[in-house]
Design a protein around this ligand. Sequence first.
Ligand code: TEU
Ligand code: CA
Length: 542
Amino acid sequence: MEGTRKEHWWRDAVIYQIYPRSFQDSNGDGIGDLRGIIQRLDYLKELGIDAIWLSPVCKSPQDDNGYDISDYQDIDPMFGSLDDMEELIKEAKKRNIRIIMDLVLNHSSDEHRWFQEAKKSKDNPYHDYYVWRDGKEGVYPNDMRSVFGGPAWEWVPELEQYYFHQFSVKQPDLNWENPKVRREIYDMILWWMEKGAGGFRLDVIDQIAKEPDQKITNNGPRLHEFIQELSRETFQKGDLITVGEAWGADIERAKLYSNPDGSEFSMVFQFEHIGLDQQEGKSKWDVAPLPVVKLKQVLAKWQRELHGCGWNSLFWNNHDLPRIVSRWGNDQKYRVESAKMLATLLHGMQGTPYIYQGEELGMTNVRFADISQYQDIETLNMYKERLDEGYSKEEIMNSIYAKGRDNARTPMQWSGEVNAGFTKGTPWLEVNPNYTKINAESELSDPDSVFYYYQKLIRLRKEHSVFVNGEFTLLMEEDPQVFAYIRKEGDTEVLVCANFSETPAACDLLSEWKDGEVLIWNYKEKGETGVLRPYEAMMIRR
Ligand code: TEU
Ligand code: CA
């Protein structure tokens, strides 16, 4: 790994996210599980990834699909057992793949033993593990709202108190002000480290230092103090990849989160680019067209500003976001071209690329006819809320088609067999009907597939240290179609160039770079000089 500092060995790694429920069912109950993942490790090895980020598999009543944990030190029976987990870690390790666990530390499930105790009485030792305020029934401490709709306060009559929940009623917020809570969390993390966890992704970590009386949810005053203590007490004792999820991160905070001295995390997920296709000042459901020039500016800013003093996570997708090829590509006529174009742009940048399951197949959004076919708590709550507010069903369904989280959660499409080869039973969420055409089996039998394109991008990152270390310069800044940039390390330069639209785009860069070596290209034959065809993309080195 030339040019990579030893302690930052993970900087050329590529991470694959698995949403266990939807990846592979091994026992016919319609829900993906750990043994299913073990069966598919060779597929992931073939793709070439270095680590798997597993969305939560701990014990949970599944109110928010596992992001509501009732026992941090056990596996939900739906996914398997602790033994299965240890086997997964072991089998992955054999293939040089590490397992990154999802830590949900802002809140627990209301079915967690701590919360069961906490609500027994005000002087129960666990009461102060959560965030309570005195009050009167019906008179909320303030008007804060939960991310999933409704008030952020829930009344417990026996205590005559409200508890605070930034997410669902079944996800009470943990009280990080309480040193005992922090100690319990650290011990639990150390226990997972001993079990061989190779890293952690920290759910909504920017929200742990909330101050509800000030109506502060993210970026609370003690946030970085808490994170530095957490890192010192746990991660720094091992050799891990860690990534914090922080919707509220700006550049300055990201530099703290991903400080190369290792005082917080390896890197952070920031979401500035993710919010660009919504109406100003409104929610994600109020969809607007993507301003491509703005997208270029935002990504270029993050590239420039973290260079040398932080580290980016690179992602288009996760289990909360719609499928990128449907969102910012074209999932019909140019599905393959645009999926590859988006991958080229992302994997050419500095940072750690994340691939969300199925992204490497060019999987698309889904359009279920009826709301009863949807499962996600956020979508279902929004549907009710907006119906009450007078939106038409059609408007609401269109928002769901564009932004609903179930778009990412339909089962992984393995083959053209029944239920896409995901399960022999009834899948917990219906498969996308396009599985007959889009599936891993057919991708693996086609040398020009999206899968092999991702495989090649991953390999390029390992072969050329310029992708890991190089400086980033945006070209053609004001051009609304062409997204182009240069990466430069020493004498090596790579041009990454793409047409971010479905109409031909004028671009002189290709003739300037005609003597360079084409590293990857999503079209086969040469086109007209000075023109990029729909979604045409390439990397050229000189
Ligand atoms: O998501 C953070 C979060 O704020 C999301 O609810 C986000 O606002 C929304 O999904 C955008 O559509 C994390 C997890 O990734 C998510 O799956 C959980 O539901 C949430 O935390 C609560 O734990
Ligand atoms: Ca199962």
